[in-house]
Design a protein around this ligand. Sequence first.
Ligand SMILES: *Cc1c(COP(=O)(O)O)cnc(C)c1O
Length: 404
Amino acid sequence: MSKVDHSDKRRKRAPGLATLGVRAGQERSEQMEHSEAIYPTSSFVFRSAAEAAARFSGEQPGNIYSRFTNPTVRMFEQRLAAMEGGETCIATASGMSAVLATCMTQLVQGDHIVAAHGLFGTTTQLFNNYLSRFGVDVSYAHATDLDSWRAAIEPGRTRMLFLETPTNPLIEIADIPALAELAHEYDCLLVVDNCFCTPVLQRPLELGADLVIHSATKYLDGQGRCVGGAVVGDATRVGEDIYGFLRTAGPTMSPFNAWVFLKGLETLSVRMQAHCRNAQQLAEWLATQPTVSTVHYPGLSTHPQHALAAAQQSGFGGILSFELAGGQQAAWALIDQLELISITANLGDTKSTITHPATTTHGRLTPEAREEAGIVPGLVRISVGLEDVPDLQADLQQGFDALS
Ligand SMILES: *Cc1c(COP(=O)(O)O)cnc(C)c1O
């Protein structure tokens, strides 16, 4: 926080999440700007050769070069770290570079990852097609089945359990405390991609995870403008390892994007509550539709992990999926009929978006892997935005009418 608090009396309450989102991490310049400043500069000037040397050696903290030190980026990192309850945060150019930086720094040749089926498709591609070239291999477990995680672990070789919860696109809930215990029993790291919930709805570090990954592209921005990512965790793994990777390899967040994400964090708390409310209403309505065979949303009492979601999350999230009995043909016909909801793979936007996972985000998986992950041809995913729910219902209704 920017203001120094000299009064013991005023310090008794730790700030809540909405307050952190608005206030944490700001560093005000001598211009006394109220909104955070953008520093679009590639390098910083030293007052002397000795100061330059001290900065480079790490003896003196401060800005050097925007590949690894930029004040706007640092404000975003400090704010997100405060919201996730982590010691520190490193921002990255994208969510994928956050996953890559984590793997490159926490794994070595010969190590093994156990990951959940139904990860974000590109994460699966990164594991299968790229890490595999460097002698890191991956096995997959069912996110919700602790025994399948245990069975996939190779004691002494497995170094990381990696998951998203809720999963994409089936919105299943993995038990973070149970998986943290399992990971630590085998001396593994538990890495949670907290993209769907954000720290407003779920704080994985408090539940026992070691590292949290974000695609800031999604809810942290929340308005579909910029691509970015972050890793949150302890001072060694994130503050040294991942910082060192960023400094050396360079998948850096730009100051402008960091500023957009900072502004996004200020409204994250209210936006997430509104996304949850709208998704709950839409899920309940979808469940009454005759053409819909199944609705996947943890806020429905019929969801298999409804109780776990209620315990682990403070809201059920803004993303749902549903199955049409008519398979791919029905799914495509519905999507093509829509006028309001956008056909785009992005999620976590104020604008509602719809996708057909089997032929887009998960289209590069083999048919067997898709089957294993439960991504059937009739599955449709909606990221429920902040429009009026009756308008979303009307848009879907005319699509359903056209199917029958
Ligand atoms: C989008 C996404 C990513 C990748 O993030 P980018 O910012 O697109 O690189 C990773 N994980 C999840 C769950 C995502 O939805």
